[in-house]
Ligand binder design. Sequence first.
Ligand SMILES: C[S@@+](CC[C@H](N)C(=O)[O-])C[C@H]1O[C@@H](n2cnc3c(N)ncnc32)[C@H](O)[C@@H]1O
Length: 219
Amino acid sequence: MADAEILDDEGGARDWLAGAFAPTDEQWARLERFAAMLVIENEQQNLIAASTIPILWVRHIADSAQLLALDAGGEGLWIDLGSGPGLPGLVVAILSERPMLLVESRKRRCDFLRAVVAELGLAHVEIAEAPLERVETRRAGTISARAFAPLDRLIDLSARFSTESTRWLLPKGRNAVKELASLPQTWQNLFHVEHSRTDTDSRILVGQGRIVPKKRGKA
Ligand SMILES: C[S@@+](CC[C@H](N)C(=O)[O-])C[C@H]1O[C@@H](n2cnc3c(N)ncnc32)[C@H](O)[C@@H]1O
């Protein structure tokens, strides 16, 4: 995706979504409702930076949906780590039928996730209200995580959910390449770097494969 056009306005984001996913009327309505609920709830708890509300479709909706576009042919359970208000997990769940597990440790954020899931009727979404460290191990078809944790910690915490066919979709902003270079070589080898469609300088680490967690309790 090296030459992907950068989405820099709300109309462009919607046009890209239309071209990439051809959402049904129901999916558009769900995206609109989710966006509205996000803005309303942001008055009660800090879910997204206020400065991003005028560019919500670029910064959050398209930014999340681009991960689904990078997962063509993906199947099985999608696990979104540190989902917060459902970014990217709920956007993906609106645009696809993939079973989705949102992992989020904060109760208030989970209350919001449950409210959106109920209102939009997203029966294929589960919410794990717990620290990831306490979530039972399941086989992930895809693992996503946006602004969740430093890369080595993120991978170490989530490795037990991975199999040979697990896809990793990790938006990592401007330090993506540097963070990737700091990983053990065997982990690095599973990944390549894609350009973000929503920020010129941001990158997404895209990988496939099983990662063996680091051993614990040894010096
Ligand atoms: C910076 S926010 C990002 C939220 C969302 N992914 C986004 O991009 O807007 C990180 C989220 O991860 C959650 N979180 C942090 N550590 C966690 C853990 N160990 N297990 C589950 N959730 C965690 C936080 O509660 C928070 O909602």
